[in-house]
Design a protein around this ligand. Structure first.
Ligand code: NA7
Length: 551
């Protein structure tokens, strides 16, 4: 029955988001004994939680969907090129209904602990309500960005109005006529700021570092366009499979230095005016995201666009990132973000010059300089301050492996994984979404399909060969770390302060980076995983069930 919590299962998937749902479907197809648990009261993960105004894809909608079912592809219609959150959540609910997935999911079940039993070759998964499920295999699909972070400022929680993270935004809250402060200008901040600007009485945007944005190019999808997309899905997914990040955009083989400056600028003008989604940074000359020189020239081009769009030159300068080049951190998609700052009811405050002193009952107290303070009287404080990314969802669970080893301790100096899919010392725990995995940096459904397909093939192998214990080798972990470091170093993305390199809650702003993501590209990652399976899993130690029985 729905909501049941049987105490034994072969495969326990944590998380009913985009990844967990697909893994559930694939394991059911295999005939496996599988259950999904999720802390939320409904499915959808990221798309269940993030209900802030303006929340939508930065990926083209038709590439951000499952590719496994031709029937599903033919029956679903996307309404916008970059789907808003409500439509995306409806899509995931439709998938769950279509494939009868929901009865295998237990909601409002937050995992508190997971303890490996060497005597049983089972995980004992403990929930916040005290119940325990024993599982042969635990599959982690808790998401990359599911633990929100807040500024460490005095008085947080004491505000009498609405004080919320974008992640927890109350869907039915009406901002019309309200006095709002938004802290943070990453992908989420850019969306919420743009959406509410002309509804609110006033908005103060509190910005630490500026972030680069590129025009999203959103528009409705007509029936004819949808019919054309439907007729080309095979071709579209084949194309996405071949691109480094699983997007429709592919870096140009041509280098920026192979063409004249006039041609470069013409190309960039075209991408800026007519491009879509990530085309300006993923579909550009490849050296723009690999070499500082070309990157700087592209950054100057984008900065010139900001100067054209923002009326007040001082505000324009504040909105131009000075600490990093274009595309060296996650670029936010925007639709009229810069024009917001030309509105009389919007003010931009530089937090580096005017830090937050405290949150008060009535708003935010800022350091106004010269020993003065400035009190912002508000109705809403919105933290668009990001997430304890990638490892945060693991840290929240007390994971204990072989000989009492804690995952937190194993990852103290940064994550270590076997090919991004396991952790040595934690047998039978598979990471579908987590550090150093190809799933983490791709267009999400494309990235997770690779990992889930590998996992499903591995589950079939486990069944066929009666494997009871499956554990990554420590030496393979160190080799993987070296490999990831090496491939990541080719991209400027690995050299900036962002959640890609662990510069979130884990790090002080001056500590050395961590290897959180795999930037070697989806085709390469897929090939590595395929070879691993073909060669009988040389990076792992596999023990048949009979060995446990014999012990
Ligand atoms: P991001 O991209 O991590 O952005 C967080 C923003 O919040 C960014 O502007 C940060 O400034 C700012 N921030 C973080 N901490 C603070 C504090 N303490 N004070 C002031 N400002 C702060 O998160 P998003 O939710 O926007 O996007 C996450 C992902 O979702 C994104 O990459 C997409 O894949 C979808 P900073 O630049 O660090 O100075």
């Amino acid at each position: 029955p729905a909501g049941s919590r049987a105490s034994e299962v072969d495969y326990l998937i944590i998380g009913a988001g985009v990844c967990g749902l697909y893994q559930l479907h694939q394991l059911l197809e295999l005939g496996a004994d599988v259950r999904v648990v999720d802390a939320n009261s409904g499915l959808g993960g990221t798309w269940f939680m993030n209900r802030y105004p303006g929340c939508r894809f930065d990926s083209e909608s038709y590439t951000y969907q499952y590719s496994f079912s031709p029937e599903l592809l033919q029956e679903w219609s996307w309404k916008e090129k970059f789907s808003p959150q409500p439509e995306t959540l409806s899509y995931l609910e439709h998938v769950a209904e279509r494939f009868d997935l929901e009865r295998h999911i237990t909601f409002e079940a937050r995992v508190a602990s997971a303890t490996w039993s060497e005597d049983e070759w089972r995980w004992h998964v403990g929930f916040e309500d005290g119940t325990v499920i024993r599982a042969r295999f635990v599959l982690c699909a808790m998401g990359l960005l599911s633990v929100p972070t807040y500024p460490r400022v005095a008085g947080r929680g004491s505000f009498r109005g609405l004080e919320t993270h974008t992640f927890d935004w109350p869907e039915d809250y009406d901002v019309t006529g309200k006095r709002v402060a938004v802290i943070g200008t990453g992908a989420s901040g850019v969306q919420v700021i743009t959406d509410v600007a002309d509804k609110v009485e006033s908005m103060v945007v509190l910005q630490r570092d500026a972030n680069w944005c590129s025009p999203l190019g959103n528009a409705p999808i007509s029936e004819d366009e949808m019919a054309d997309l439907r007729s080309r899905y095979d071709e579209i997914f084949a194309w996405c499979r071949d691109t480094p990040a699983g997007f429709i955009h592919r870096p140009d083989r041509v280098l920026s230095t192979d063409v004249s400056r006039e041609e470069r600028l013409r190309h960039w003008e075209d991408l800026y005016a007519n491009g879509q989604g990530a085309s300006l940074y993923m579909g550009n000359y490849r050296d723009c995201i690999m070499e500082w020189g070309p990157n700087q020239e592209l950054s100057e081009f984008v900065a010139s666009k900001i100067r054209q769009r923002v009326a007040d030159p001082e505000v324009a300068e504040m909105l131009i990132p000075k600490d990093h080049g274009f595309g060296t951190k996650r670029v936010a998609g925007e639709s009229g973000f810069y024009e917001v700052f030309n509105q009389d009811n919007v003010e931009l405050v530089d937090l580096m010059a005017h830090p937050i002193l405290e949150i008060t009952e009535t708003g935010v107290r800022l350091d106004a300089g010269d020993g003065q303070v400035r009190d912002l009287e508000l109705d809403v404080i919105c933290y668009a301050t990001g997430f304890d990314a990638v490892t945060g969802p693991f840290d929240r669970i007390d994971v204990t492996g072989v000989d009492g080893l804690k995952l937190k301790d194993h990852w103290r100096d940064g994550p270590l994984t076997t090919l991004g899919v396991q952790v040595s010392g934690f047998p039978n725990m598979f990471v579908l979404v987590g550090p150093q995995s190809g799933s983490a940096t791709a267009n999400f459904p494309r990235g997770i399909e690779d990992v889930v397909n590998w996992m499903t093939q591995t589950a079939a192998y486990i069944d066929e060969h009666r494997i009871g214990r499956f554990e990554g080798r420590p030496e393979a972990e160190l080799q993987w770390l070296e490999h990831v470091r090496e491939v990541n170093s080719l991209l400027l993305l690995s050299k900036t302060r962002s959640w890609f390199n662990g510069h979130n809650i884990n790090l002080d702003r001056d500590e050395s980076p961590r290897v959180m993501v795999y930037l070697g590209g989806a085709p390469r990652y897929r090939k590595i995983l395929a070879e691993e399976a073909e060669q009988g899993y040389p990076s792992f130690v596999l023990s048949p069930v009979d060995e446990l029985a014999a012990a």
